[in-house]
Every structure is written in C-alpha cells, then in structure tokens.
Design a protein around this ligand. Structure first.
Ligand code: ZN
Length: 226
C-alpha cells in the first residue's frame, strides 16, 4: 500500500514515518519549505527520508513570510525561550503558524490522490503542550471529511485516510515507540531556532529534552544550552 507521510524532520513525524514503514507501507514523504526560520529541519527531513529508504521524497516550496503572523515565519518576532511546561500550556503560542496543517494536509491529499496512495500519515499530537488548534482530534475528523468530499477517489468510495497515530500520545510515549521502531534520533531536528546546534531553550527543545530526561535517556543531539 502506498502512503504519503508529512515529514518535518522532527521527532514526531520521523516516528510516524517509521510507523508507516513498519505497517508495510511504501512511503512517499513530503516536506514543506515555507521559508520558516528553522530551515535546518528540511535537511533533517531529507536525511530521515533517506535513512528510512522512502520511495520518493518531495519538497514543496512556498513563502509564508509574505504575511508573517508567527514567530516561525517572521524573524522580527522573538521565539519564546526558557519557559516551563506549565507556561507553555497556558495559551496558543506565537510559534503557531496560521492554518499550517490545513495547508500541509491539502498538499498531502493532492499528492496522495495523484500517486494512488491510500493513506496520509502525519505526526500531530494533541497532548503536546503547544496546544495548536490544528493538532486536535476534532480538527483531524473535520479534515477527513474534506478528504472524502474533496477528491475524486473519495466521491467514488475510496476515501484516502488520514492516519495520526501519535495524536493521543505523550512525548515520552512517542520516544518509546520511536526506540522500538529504530528511529535515528541523531538525524532528527526539533529546534525552532534553526542554528547549527539546537538551542536547548525554545519550547520545542525543552519539550524534547524533558521527555528524554523523564525516560532517563540522553538525547543524541548536541545542544548549545540545556
Ligand atoms: Zn531550540
């Protein structure tokens, strides 16, 4: 079975790629260069795709800096740093990119229908402290309706399925799953800052480091501060 996997190069989407592979799918990965400040993740995504021996790895280019509105697409907006997990959980943070997963899933759907894939995998996670609205189960259900009604295949009764295996998992559980699947963590990239070395203080780094620490494991990535 063919499957499209939305691959950011982070811990979650990399785990999902290895999960899709473990389920016997022929994987077609897709990454998005939207001129995000952490372009380093695109290099990671390509490395993970290669390590997982996907059938094809696509990069779609567009520029969301045009209208900004997020710390990930507007370099003038500072990234939150050194926040506790409790602080992260209070509000939808400035690292939220407006409607990003709707954009990504739309490309994923188009790619899937074009190549005859039956599934689109993505690594959204609702328990993640970031609280992004487009990572929640009701959102995924609504997009499944779009997949059904907005495609030729869907109207012909061969609906392309959204698969979001991590949606109800904690970060620690994702790392445990990834360990079972043999995800090469050293190739992944989570940091929002996108320097040569991960910063260790942005929300994404802190979540990742906290989860590895909770498990008593060490993250193989280097950090400039932690
Ligand atoms: Zn960071």
């Amino acid at each position: 079975m063919k499957a499209v996997v939305l691959l950011s190069g982070g811990l979650d989407s990399s785990t999902v790629l290895y999960q899709a592979r473990a389920e016997g799918c022929d994987c077609y990965s897709i990454s998005f260069d939207y001129q995000q400040r952490h372009q380093r993740e695109l290099t990671a995504a390509a490395a993970i795709a290669s390590a997982a021996r996907v059938k094809q790895h696509q990069v779609v280019n567009f520029d969301l800096r045009t209208w900004g509105g997020s710390a990930l697409t507007d370099a003038q907006i500072d990234l939150p740093s050194d926040r506790t997990l409790a602080e992260m959980s209070q509000n939808i943070p400035i690292t939220y990119v407006p409607a990003r997963n709707t954009i990504f899933l739309s490309f994923g759907l188009a790619y899937a229908e074009a190549i005859g894939a039956e599934r689109v995998y993505l690594g959204v996670n609702a328990l993640d402290y970031s609280g992004y609205p487009d990572c929640r189960p009701d959102y995924i259900q609504a997009m499944q309706e779009v997949f059904r009604l907005g495609t030729k295949k869907g109207r012909e009764g061969q609906e392309i399925k959204i698969v979001a295996p991590l949606i109800e998992m904690k970060k620690t559980e994702i790392i445990q799953l990834g360990n079972q699947l043999g995800v090469p963590w050293e190739l992944t990239w989570s940091c929002y800052a996108g320097e040569e070395v991960a910063c260790g203080v942005c929300d994404s780094c802190r979540l990742r480091l906290a989860a590895f620490a909770d498990l008593g494991l060490s993250d193989p990535l280097s950090y400039s501060s932690k």
